[in-house]
Write a protein that binds this ligand. Sequence first.
Ligand code: IMP
Length: 446
Amino acid sequence: MPVIVIVGAQFGDEAKGKITDYLAANAEFVVRTGGGPNAGHTIDLPEGKVVLHQLPCGVLRQDVTAVCGPGMVLDPTALDQEIRTLEERRMFKGTLIISERAHAILPTHIAEDAWEEKLRTATHPGAELGTTMRGIGPAYADRYGRWGVRFGELIRPAKLRQRLELLLASKPHLAGILDPNQLQSDLGEVAGRLAPFVQPTEPTLWSALARKETVLLEGAQSALLDIDFGTYPYVTSHHPTSAGALVGSGIPPFEVSEVVGVTKAYATRVGAGPFPTEVGGDLGAYLQREGGERGATTGRVRQVGWLDLVLLRYVTKLNGFTSLALTKVDVLGGLDDVPVAVQYVTPEGQTLTDYPPADADDLAHVTPVYEKLPSWPKFNERLVARLRDEGAAALPPTLKRFVAYIGQETGVPVEWVSYGPRREETVWLGKTHGSPAAGSVTAWAQ
Ligand code: IMP
């Protein structure tokens, strides 16, 4: 099974990093295909906790090649720092290659990110997007405007000079603020250190696929933050979908064998934008606390809410999920019940089940209809020990029913259940539980 695509099925922060790291045990390559330092993938290892922002999690495993793919926008200074920090902690174990086609986030982009957010609120109070302020949007805008600087140019001083001059010429509003000489000398040292990693990455991946090696395409952000299919304009600037993963890596569609959607058992969102199933008050505060819901990149507290099946059915169709990984089920343990949104009712009285309104304001005005499922007990040491020893059979019966229910409602089996941040806190259910095609579902969940 050569290519497995991992996609966030909600608004980001679904624990994709943990699932990718877990699946990387059987992979030769792990590729980040889009985004950049806006991501924060937290991985809990015996050696300590790591938060990866730009490096694919393959760097944490020996015998794995981690690829920063062509679709990424990378901050060279922050990337250099991330590599050095991992090296100092002796956690940089894999091999790293960086696509010559990936674009560089420059100080201009970070300045513009802040400037654009200010402009939005100055002209239209409340219109800010709540970006991560890492320069992502402006870097992608320059990429598509053909002003951008690619990593293949960053490491060639004469080419860098030309590209920087052209880029700055496109930004008269920054004239006098940013000097190309200064920019070039600031970038020079970092570019020199990164140069050995920069190369064509597509041929390496094509050769790996010819050898039948396994390639994981590690999603960042999520399908609902997709520039076209997400909650525009409250989205990021690339395509964090299965299709985007192919564009961002140079891998053709026929190579893909699995598309794994990662979803929490509830939902979170950080930044601005509609969130129909948001929960506030004491219950919201409880979920934030139990789930440790604070952004790994910006430190912002995430809004929390219930699992939204309308959105999950939508992203399942959009990405062609072949299985789901359900994460953070332990957070809901011990609640009175577990609400799940099964449909929306619009202000006009229309019922929606699998295709949300494209307009963010319309999405903000739907009323979710909930089904309340029986909860499962709070996780304790005994349950965790049983799960470790017995695997899926030890899942509490009501949690099994929840898992089967999600599979039936989306038409896609839940293949993994994650109940904690560590690698080993994951159970594999096989490829059938919850699939409507599998006659054994009901029996398993009884
Ligand atoms: P940007 O990607 O920094 O431009 O931010 C655009 C929107 O996407 C904001 O609402 C961010 O909070 C959100 N966002 C970007 N990256 C992530 C992520 O990794 N997790 C969750 N939200 C994200």
